[in-house]
Design a protein around this ligand. Structure first.
Ligand code: ING
Length: 322
């Protein structure tokens, strides 16, 4: 029996700084009910889905920053999402700002991560991921039209890129992975998951149209968004679901372009607005075998020894003589 999972890309439109968690969770619950009505087994929400994208502003005081973080997951504001998972029989992937007391090199301290969890149909958290590729900068850069201070507000993720088994109903079990926003631009993200046999990668993002360090790329923001996820899917024989926080949010235009990509690299579902919108696709996880067992049969065709030699040779090509 084919392992077909019906997936909803649950794109969110702008979230204002003044919007409460309850207001946002209400919008997410509406998308979960719509997903259920469309036969979904799993919905994917964006990165930092509970609040406005706060790294666009410079804050100094911890109390101004920590208001955007969740100390508990589920907490009182997010418990309705977990209840809905159970009552509707619908899994979800949620991106959020995670504040946690955790041991590290410097002993036990408060840690701040840009995180995502996957919750199954019973309402249980089955996997957690913490964003590794943190874009932007750490200090205030007033020359920018808006800031991108992820390197200031988050620590680099410390969980690696773990693929995990999850089950979204009878005959709907597979190997999943998560990534967050800028992670999707790096081929290593997909390959590290691909080497673990991943069959579907769940990605949320907040992507401004304008990239202050490289405004010449702005017109290509949709193209680059699709390029990286389509190539990551094809080159690793996996489904990829990319979901935006979209629209003009606190004055900053963010791309929508949420898409569901097949292991062929083809886009099989897409949002066409920049608001709250659900795109749905039936995803046959067994389709991944058509690529994993042929073109991208890593055991037969990949040459890790050759790559290792190049990596160990290190450094760029030496300058031309003379
Ligand atoms: N946002 C952006 C992203 O990687 C960015 C940052 C925008 C990088 C445009 C390059 C170009 O989609 C997050 N949150 O990572």
């Amino acid at each position: 029996m084919p392992r077909v999972i019906t997936v909803g890309a649950a794109q969110l439109g702008p979230i204002a700084r003044a919007d409460t968690r309850a207001q946002v969770v209400g919008r997410m619950l509406a998308l979960m009910h719509e997903a259920k009505a469309n036969g979904c087994d799993l919905v994917v929400f964006p990165e930092l889905a509970l609040t406005t994208f706060f790294p666009r502003w410079y804050f100094e005081r911890p109390q101004d920053i920590d208001v955007f973080f969740e100390r508990d997951m589920p907490g009182p504001d997010t418990q309705p999402l977990f209840d809905a998972a159970r009552t509707l029989g619908l899994g979800f992937c949620l991106g959020y700002a995670e504040l946690v007391e955790e041991d590290g090199q410097e002993g036990r301290k408060t840690r701040h991560f840009n995180s995502a969890i996957t919750v199954d149909k019973s309402g249980a958290i089955v996997a957690r991921y913490r964003k590794i590729h943190l874009p932007g900068h750490a200090e205030h850069e007033p020359w920018r039209r808006f800031q991108h201070l992820e390197k200031r507000y988050f620590e680099r993720g410390n969980l690696g890129f773990p693929a995990f088994r999850a089950n979204f109903g009878e005959g709907k079990a597979g190997i999943f992975g998560m990534a967050i926003c800028n992670d999707r631009r790096w081929p290593e993200t997909y390959r590290v998951l691909g080497l673990q046999g991943v069959e579907m990668i769940l990605i949320g993002y907040n992507t401004p149209v304008h990239n202050p360090p490289a405004p010449e790329h702005d017109a290509l923001s949709h193209f680059h968004n699709q390029l990286v996820m389509q190539s990551g899917a094809y080159q690793n024989g996996t489904w990829v679901v990319g979901v935006a926080k979209a629209g003009k949010e606190e004055g900053v235009e963010q791309i929508g372009n949420s898409i569901i990509v097949a292991p062929s690299g083809e886009i099989v579902g897409a949002c066409t607005t920049t608001g709250d919108e659900l795109a749905v696709a039936r995803c046959d996880l067994d389709l991944t075998a058509s690529y994993k067992n042929t073109t991208f049969n890593f055991a037969h065709h990949r040459e890790p020894e050759q790559y290792r030699m190049i990596v160990e040779r290190k450094g760029a090509v030496p300058p031309a003589k003379g």
